[in-house]
Design a protein around this ligand. Structure first.
Ligand code: MG
Length: 444
């Protein structure tokens, strides 16, 4: 029998009090850093098989930690994917999706609802310093910016780097418009390093969502023209440098063994950008699609001395699981008054057990397009290109064994009706408990 997808998790750990600057380092809960790339594909890193993009820092991070090969985001575009990461809830539950507007735009009046509990809010109650540096895209009006969602500080472009006007915010003040984008990765990196150094004596949470490699692409003078993969490669190699700066700072400050760092991306490569878009490697399609290339991402977890080095795992995970995983590792209680889509991956990270996740739901806006259970994925609807408004419906659904056929080439629905029945049961259980709030993306 499939496990219920929606699991209300009751943690065995005690609700620990806030731990401040006076606690000795070894008594403090771990620091947490999440580095989130924008539109980076499954195949864009050296350690995920790219032949010409050089990513020595991410490759080293993977060699010193855990690299996952079947890790997912909860939506195939920016805004809903980010809302899911920070709340541990599918966008269909937190109002951050729509069938008519895929993401928040510059004329949007909505944002992440304040009743949602972000990772920053959960950790702030435990005494963490919380900083956000980079692309927000969960509401650009001051009332929705990071300072109102659990972060002590914010520096970044509040949405995508192709949206006009492109401006930079510190706290809630606009400080630059238009943004000099060639130096933005370097400036985000400086801010991140400064945040780590300033908070080295207390537990901290740093959320570092980069604006790149979302287009338009810009690299600094140091990286422009240096990659064999062209401008896209320059940009990814600069992001890799940035990861190296963050991990290097943690080592210098003797915080590496007290810090969990997670690296992943918000959605697959933006293929309609042609050579300025990335690669999903052997996976089918990219950003905006519920084929694997749109939603399966690189994921590396690093915590020297706690996460065993050098492991690669094909266990399942999703960005919505990061909330529950962090709460377990930091001794924070999860919100109990709502349905979460967050499963605790800490046994997988620590090497003590397998992932509890057996299924994945593939949403596009409010449409549940596909579902995965074990190795089987059924597509009820498909939509190939980024801009195409029409779904193609499939009854019976298309069925792929993703572990035999990661490129989703061979429909085996006829041979495996039992796999389709199991997935239909999973979807029925999910939909039976679903309450959909109004869409924040449609507020103008
Ligand atoms: Mg994106």
């Amino acid at each position: 029998m499939p496990k219920l997808l929606m699991v209300e998790i009751v943690l065995a750990c005690l609700v620990a009090p806030a731990v401040g600057a006076d606690a000795p380092r070894e008594k403090r809960p771990p620091n947490v850093v999440i580095i989130f790339a924008d539109d980076l594909g499954y195949g864009d890193l050296g350690c995920y098989g790219h032949p010409t993009i050089r990513t020595p820092n991410l490759d080293r991070m993977a060699a010193e930690g855990l690299r996952l090969t079947q890790f997912y985001v909860a939506e195939c575009v920016c805004t809903p994917s980010r809302a899911a990461l920070l709340t541990g809830r599918l966008p269909i539950r937190n109002g951050m999706c729509s069938d008519t507007k895929r993401v928040l735009f510059t004329d949007s009046l909505g944002g992440l609802p304040h009743e949602e509990v972000t990772i920053a809010e959960a950790l702030k109650d435990r005494g963490y310093a919380t900083g956000c540096v980079g692309k927000w895209h969960l509401g650009h009006l001051p009332k929705f910016l990071p300072l109102r969602q659990g972060f002590d500080s914010y520096f970044g472009i509040p949405y995508s780097n192709d949206m006009q006007p492109t401006y930079l915010v510190r706290g809630e003040e606009m400080v630059e418009e238009p943004v000099e984008q060639t130096t933005i990765t370097a400036r985000y990196t400086d801010e991140a390093v400064k945040f780590i150094r300033e908070n080295r004596e207390r537990p901290f949470f740093l959320y570092l969502p980069h604006n790149f490699p979302h287009t338009p692409l810009f690299a600094s003078e140091k990286f422009a023209g240096t990659s064999r993969r062209g401008l896209y490669g320059d940009v990814v190699e600069e992001l890799d440098w940035s990861v190296g700066q963050v991990l290097g700072t943690l080592r210098e400050e003797k915080l590496a063994e007290h810090t969990l760092v997670i690296f992943t991306s918000d959605n697959g490569p933006w293929l309609i950008r042609n050579q300025n878009g990335g690669s999903a490697g052997l996976l089918r399609a990219g950003k905006g699609s519920t084929w694997e290339g749109g939603m399966r991402e690189p994921m590396i977890a690093w915590w020297p001395g706690t996460i065993p080095a050098g492991r690669v795992s094909a266990e399942l995970g999703c960005t919505t699981d990061i909330l529950a995983t962090i709460c377990t590792l930091t001794g924070v209680q999860l919100p109990k008054d709502r349905t979460l889509d967050s499963l605790d991956l800490s046994p997988l990270l620590l090497g003590t057990g397998d992932s509890p996740r057996e299924s994945v739901l593939y949403y596009r806006g409010r449409q549940l397009m596909a579902a995965r259970l074990g190795p089987w994925k059924a597509h009820f609807k498909t939509q190939d290109g980024y801009g195409q408004p029409k779904y193609e419906e499939h009854d019976p659904p298309l069925l792929y064994n993703l572990e035999h056929d990661p490129s989703e080439k061979y429909d085996v629905a006829k041979a495996h009706p039992e796999a389709i029945s199991d997935i239909r049961r999973l979807v029925a259980e999910h939909e039976a408990g679903l309450e959909e709030p109004p869409s924040q993306l449609e507020i103008r």
